[in-house]
Design a protein around this ligand. Structure first.
Ligand SMILES: Cc1cc2nc3c(=O)[nH]c(=O)nc-3n(C[C@H](O)[C@H](O)[C@H](O)COP(=O)(O)OP(=O)(O)OC[C@H]3O[C@@H](n4cnc5c(N)ncnc54)[C@H](O)[C@@H]3O)c2cc1C
Length: 509
């Protein structure tokens, strides 16, 4: 190998990539980060362009996906991936990003933590993950979003919307019909107190269009301190397309450049990483297993809140919930409840059988009393595979599907939940729907830590049979619980980077 460009090359500047870069830089290692995106069109656009698009496209388009994925800002993040990644879906919506900051540009910022039971089959201990959760939480800033003024740890918190607060109050007053049902204020990576370069949340309620003041965590924010370090270099518009092993590793990019380092760290997101590794993996007819979270959306109405004015709040999840549906350790669902009053009205009005004008009048009357619950099943309820396209043998196609008997389990869950909605004074409205696989964007398990064979990786995310090639995104999580996954991706990347920083330091002695 000629003189390496860095000690580590990290591919991807999303939550996983920055979480790996920070500990390596702190340990004095030289890091080169390549990202396929750049800074164009990020925070500078006016609010109306972000909401409606430069030619009012938002008012014309309704592709049936969530309001969030229909916003021009979200489409700008997702479409380049659809066109350039070489990945298509068959009964599966492949959600990925080639923008700087990855999917954290449009994520819902809801946070979950795994516990010892959740990671019982992983080749790591919960204490090391907890240490990394703490590093990440401290760095990104988390508001507990409760209806009290100070959280348990003394941090100021954000107020709940009035309808969510009303529902939580009812929950606390009457015992759940199913004793495993839990409802609690959502934990979100939103700042309630300003910090360097980021303002506190001003409760404007239109977070889906991107937060112009930076109150919601986005991994671009971590690039600012990283870029101040003389050991860190970020190259934009550098889409990695090949990985070659020589004395170390060489990355080839779409523009014909080459970069080499003893170790490569892949943080391109589960789908981006699979696309990059496709030529190094013996993907057979069945394809590479992919875990995703089957997702139900349930519209709810709170009659007690009809005709009341909404209160100021952010438009991310207000409440979190969980419920067991079986006896196994991972047999529980996790969910979030959003207030509809602070979401974009258009996609709801388009679904009303009333015509636009009457639809708008009706929506204005009931908006403050409408809620949407999104419920996530664990990844073992999915049956998705990444295979080679049968005709080209080059591009990848993801076949989506559900585990056997999932439809029965989904119906049983809806029935159990109906009793809880009733207890909470909520009416379940028609229109509850199961999303097409992939739309949740919670992906994991393609190259699990601890598995043997060509599709496994070590506890340090090193791909079996490919020394020096490490993966830190969701690909290496051995299973996917129903909990929100990004905090764990970040903590695991932080854990691996600390380990690499230590081993590298020792081998240099
Ligand atoms: C609408 C939506 C809402 C969500 N809400 C939540 C939520 O509330 N809570 C939660 O926990 N999770 C949520 N998620 C999921 C969350 O966004 C992802 O888990 C997280 O962003 C994954 O981080 P990552 O760094 O692994 O990958 P990504 O965020 O996908 O980042 C990948 C990075 O790699 C770069 N890249 C990709 N391919 C290449 C290449 N070939 N060469 C160079 N660079 C490349 C991209 O430009 C990008 O910077 C949501 C996702 C979506 C879409």
């Amino acid at each position: 190998m000629t003189e390496p460009d860095a000690d580590f090359i990290i591919i991807g500047s999303g939550p996983a990539g920055v979480s790996a870069a920070l500990p390596l830089i702190a340990a004095g290692r030289r890091v080169l980060m390549l990202d396929s995106g750049d800074d164009a069109g990020s925070q500078e656009e006016s609010r109306s362009v972000r909401v409606l698009g430069s030619n009012l496209e938002s008012l014309r388009t309704d592709d049936g996906s969530s309001p969030k994925l229909q916003t021009p800002a979200a489409r700008g993040i997702l479409e380049p991936f659809r066109h350039q990644s070489g990945i298509t879906g068959d009964g599966f919506i492949p959600i990925g990003s080639l923008a700087r900051g990855g999917l954290s540009n449009i994520w819902g910022a809801q946070i979950s933590y795994l516990d010892a039971e959740d990671i019982a089959d992983w080749p790591i201990d919960i204490a090391s993950l907890q240490r990394s959760y703490e590093h990440v939480a401290k760095r990104i800033g988390i508001s507990r979003n409760a209806d009290v003024t100070t959280g348990a740890n003394g941090e100021p918190v954000l107020p709940l919307g009035a309808t969510a607060a009303h529902v939580l109050h009812r929950h606390q007053a009457a015992k759940p019909a199913d004793k495993s049902f839990r409802l609690f204020p959502a934990v979100n990576a939103i700042l309630s107190d300003a910090r360097s370069g980021r303002a506190a949340c001003d409760l404007r309620g239109d977070c889906l269009y991107g937060c112009p003041s930076g109150a919601i965590y986005n991994s671009r924010q971590d690039l600012l301190p990283l870029r101040k370090s003389p050991h860190f270099r970020l190259l934009d518009n550098m889409r990695a397309v090949s990985l070659t092993r020589n004395a170390g590793w060489t990355v080839g990019t779409a523009d014909g450049s080459f970069f080499s380092a003893p170790r490569i760290i892949l943080a391109a997101g589960v789908l981006g990483t699979a696309a990059l590794l496709a030529d190094l993996l013996p993907i057979d007819e069945q394809g590479l297993r992919l875990l995703n979270s089957p997702t139900l959306a349930i519209p709810l109405l709170s009659p007690a809140r009809l005709l009341r004015s909404p209160t100021a709040t952010h438009s991310l999840a207000q409440l979190g919930l969980s419920l067991r549906y079986g006896d196994g350790a991972s047999d529980y669902v996790t969910g979030a409840i959003y207030e509809v009053g602070s979401l974009p009205a258009q996609s709801f009005i388009n679904r009303m059988p009333l015509g636009r004008k009457a639809g708008r009048a009706a929506f204005e009357m009931i908006a403050s009393s409408l809620l949407v619950a999104t419920i996530y099943y664990p990844g073992n309820q999915s049956r998705s595979y990444i295979g080679r396209d049968a005709t080209t043998k080059k591009a990848l196609t993801i076949r989506g599907g559900f585990a056997e008997g999932f439809d029965i389990r989904a119906e049983a869950l809806k029935k159990t939940l109906r009793r809880e909605w009733k207890r909470l004074g909520l009416i379940q409205l028609p229109g509850a729907s199961l999303a097409e696989p992939g739309i949740d964007a919670h992906f994991a398990g393609t190259l699990p830590m601890g598995a043997s064979g060509p599709f496994g990786s070590s506890s340090d995310g090193e791909l079996n049979r490919h020394p020096g090639l490490h993966i830190v995104d969701g690909s290496i999580l051995p299973d996917l619980s129903s909990k929100y996954v990004t905090m764990t991706i970040m903590a695991n990347a932080d854990r691996i980077a600390h380990r690499l920083a230590e081993t590298e330091a020792n081998s240099a002695l």
